[in-house]
Design a protein around this ligand. Structure first.
Ligand SMILES: Cc1ncc(COP(=O)(O)O)c(C=O)c1O
Length: 405
C-alpha cells in the first residue's frame, strides 16, 4: 500500500517549527566564564569556599528556607534528608512510582523500604488518599515528588503527617521556584532536596541542595554530608560515619550566577506553560495535567499532558512523538513505572497490585507526554508552533497508520 500523501514532515513536508529557534540548554549566560574564573583565583575550591556558602544562603533565602546544604547531586540531598530525619532500617517511606529512580534509591540507600502509592490522575502527583491506605505502623515518612515542577498536595500530606506522626521529605528535584500556599516548595515539609543535574531548571551539570527550616535536621544533615563532622566541631573530629557529599566551588559559582535568572525564567515558564496548556486543552485527545488550587506557580520542569490515541485515529504514542519530532517539536514519552525495574519489584506492596501495578501510574506511563522546561523559555510564537504541530499530526494521523510511508 502506498501512503496517502500529506504535508507531514515525516512524509517529506515542511516542518511546522524551525528547530533552530529553540533555546539551548544549559544556558550560555554572559558573565558565566568570569564567575568561574573568579573561583580559580580563590584559595578554596571546595569545602569552606565562600562561593558555596553564598550559593547555599541565596538559594535557601529564595526558597523560604533557613538552612541550605549544597551537595554533589539531588539523590544525595534526598539521602541526607532521610538520614537527618532519622529514617533507616525497618522504616517504610511512601513514594510515588511515577518519578525518577533516585526517589526510590535514596530510600533504599538510607536502609529503609520504599512503599509505592498511586498518583492523582489529574495532577500526576502522589495521591494523598492512596497514601493514606498504605500507612502502616512501620511508616515513618512520606516523600511527595513535585512532579515536573508541579507542587504536590502538601496540605494533605502535612495533615497525614500530623495524624500519623510522620516526616515529610519533599523531592523538589524538579521544582526550583514553584510556589504553593504562597511559599516556595522544598522546605515546607521537614526537609527537601533539589537537583541541579544537566536537564534541571538551573544546572551546574551535576549538583543538588538540601533545604530545611529545622536546626536539628540541618545539623544532622551536615554530619551526613561532611564526613561525620559537626557544624562547629574541630576538623578532625568525626562523630558519625558521614559521607562526603559536598559540591565544588565551581559548581556553586555556576549556580549562583544562574540563580539571578531564576525568577525571570520561572515567570516565563509559568506564563508560557499556562498559555500552552490553554491551547493544548482545546485539542481533542490532549489533556494537560492540572495543578492544586494552592499552587500559584508551577516550576514547569516538564509540561505534562495525556495523549489519547483514539482521538488520533488510533495512532500509537510512539508514532505520534516521532511525527511531532519531525515537525520540529521534541516531546518525550516519560517514565516507566518504577516497580517494573527488577530491583524495585519486591517493594510493590502486597495484594493485587503485584499483577496489575498501580492503575493510575500505569495509565500515566502509557499515555503521558512531556515538553521540557527549556522549550518553555522560547518566544510565545513557539508555543503556538507546538499546538499547531500537534493539530497537524492529528489531522493526518490516519496516514501514519498505513504500512509504507
Ligand atoms: C524527581 C527526581 N528526584 C531525584 C532526582 C535526583 O537528582 P540527581 O540526578 O541530581 O541525583 C531527580 C533528577 O535527576 C529527579 O528528577
Amino acid at each position: 500500500m502506498t501512503a496517502t500523501q500529506t504535508n507531514l514532515a515525516l512524509q517529506g513536508g515542511k516542518p511546522v517549527v524551525d528547530r533552530s529557534r529553540w533555546p539551548t540548554w544549559p544556558p550560555r549566560l554572559p558573565g558565566l566564564s568570569d564567575a568561574v574564573r573568579q573561583v580559580i583565583q580563590e584559595d578554596q575550591w571546595g569545602v569552606r569556599s565562600s562561593t558555596i556558602e553564598a550559593f547555599e544562603g541565596a538559594f535557601a533565602r529564595t526558597h523560604d528556607a533557613e538552612y541550605g546544604l549544597a551537595m554533589a547531586n539531588g539523590t544525595m540531598a534526598l539521602l541526607a534528608a532521610l538520614k537527618a530525619t532519622g529514617i533507616g532500617p525497618g522504616d517504610e517511606v511512601i513514594i510515588p512510582a511515577y518519578t525518577f529512580v533516585a526517589t526510590a534509591t535514596a530510600v533504599l540507600q538510607a536502609g529503609a523500604q520504599p512503599v509505592f502509592a498511586d498518583i492523582d490522575p489529574q495532577t500526576f502527583n502522589l495521591d494523598p488518599e492512596d497514601v493514606h491506605t498504605r500507612i502502616t505502623p512501620k511508616t515513618k515518612a512520606i516523600m511527595p515528588v513535585h512532579i515536573g515542577g508541579n507542587p504536590a498536595d502538601l496540605t494533605a500530606f502535612m495533615k497525614l503527617a500530623d495524624q500519623h506522626d510522620l516526616v515529610i521529605i519533599e523531592d523538589a528535584a524538579q521544582a526550583p521556584g514553584a510556589i504553593y500556599n504562597g511559599r516556595k516548595v522544598g522546605a515546607q515539609g521537614n526537609a527537601g532536596g533539589f537537583s541541579f543535574q544537566s536537564s534541571k531548571n538551573i544546572t551546574s551539570g551535576e549538583g543538588g541542595i538540601l533545604l530545611t527550616n529545622d536546626r536539628q535536621i540541618y545539623e544532622r544533615a551536615f554530619e551526613v554530608y561532611n564526613c561525620g563532622r559537626t557544624v562547629s566541631g574541630p576538623w578532625y573530629e568525626h562523630v558519625s560515619p558521614g559521607l562526603n557529599l559536598r559540591i565544588s566551588a565551581f559548581q556553586a559559582a555556576v549556580l549562583l550566577h544562574q540563580l539571578d535568572h531564576l525568577e525571570e525564567w520561572a515567570a516565563t515558564r509559568e506564563a508560557n506553560g499556562q498559555y500552552l496548556e490553554e491551547q493544548l486543552d482545546n485539542i481533542p485527545g490532549i489533556t494537560c495535567a492540572r495543578r492544586y488550587p494552592a499552587t500559584t506557580r508551577n516550576a514547569y520542569h516538564l509540561l505534562i499532558f495525556t495523549y489519547d490515541s483514539e482521538a488520533f485515529d488510533g495512532l500509537p504514542k510512539a508514532r505520534f512523538l516521532e511525527a511531532l519530532s519531525a515537525e520540529g517539536v521534541v516531546a518525550t514519552e516519560g517514565y516507566r513505572p518504577l516497580y517494573e525495574m527488577p530491583f524495585l519489584r519486591p517493594y510493590l506492596h502486597e495484594g493485587a497490585d503485584q499483577d496489575t501495578g498501580l492503575p493510575v501510574t500505569e495509565h500515566a506511563c502509557q499515555n503521558g507526554v512531556w515538553i521540557r522546561q527549556f522549550e518553555l523559555l522560547a518566544e510565545r510564537s513557539m508555543m503556538d508552533g507546538i499546538a499547531e504541530a500537534i493539530r497537524k499530526v492529528q489531522k493526518h494521523a490516519a496516514s501514519l497508520l498505513e504500512t509504507s510511508v
